[in-house]
Write a protein that binds this ligand. Sequence first.
Ligand code: UTP
Length: 287
Amino acid sequence: MKLRKAVFPAAGFGTRFLPVTKASPKEMLPLVDKPLIQYGVEEAVACGLREIILITGRGKSAIEDHFDYSLELDTILERRGHRDLLEEMRKISNMSICYTRQKEPLGLGHAILCARPLVHDEAFAVFLGDEVLDAPIPVMAQMLAVYERQGCSILAVQRVPREQVFRYGVIEGEPAGNGLYRVRDVVEKPQPEEAPSDLAIIGRYILTPPIFDILEQTPAGKNGEIQLTDAIRGLLRDQAVYALEFEGQRFDAGDKLGFLQANIVFALKRPDLGPELRQFLRTLRLG
Ligand code: UTP
């Protein structure tokens, strides 16, 4: 069956980005002129995933407002003749999005479990909105092509420097050709010496429905949170799971440095901003 649903967990506290995330959702930080979460939602829609499920929490209502219809803005843009902006705003508010709340941030695994009543019994995609991916073919489209062949859970992975593996879920995998790995094990935030590889799980997943039953049984793990990686380990006992080393560049925009890098790269690509920004960067005479 074709995948239809995309789940966006967005209920985390964004502590790495304090103080701005104290009262504003991390997902609403701007990447040039669009909030981070919109890039993920557009990627999902471009891949044919038309049912978007957003997991929010306290203090996240700006996300719902962003995707809502604003009659006042619509009227003003129409009156002022800003046709292009009007069309762009309507495209955003026409996206079909369901919301549910994670009442306590008990971890990514728990956030995904909150989507169960909306996902029901079908495979679904997961997007972490603060992982910004710049790819020739949308990363989820690369993963869907694998899912169509394998029909099982698929994880997006990328090589990271060994000393940074403690920030990620890391896979142990057997190469299966064309950047694909049959996953044998997954470990959440290992120390470099215990990491089974340098292939880190990056914020895109395709998951099969048994993950929900496993999540129900998964106790809190690293950092006292219910970890998705621990539930994927449970899935591996009964099912094949593949990991795809995708083509593209990834920015962790939930981290201050990654966010700045993503903004520079995305702005440099924009015809309306790139040339002047490039010129400005040259004047900085970076060493
Ligand atoms: P992160 O660990 O990157 O997000 O979780 P965080 O907890 O918001 O940020 P830091 O680490 O404190 O800076 C990955 C994704 O999972 C969501 C986050 O919103 C983010 O999109 N998440 C995390 C939840 O929805 N609920 C949680 O309980 C934890």
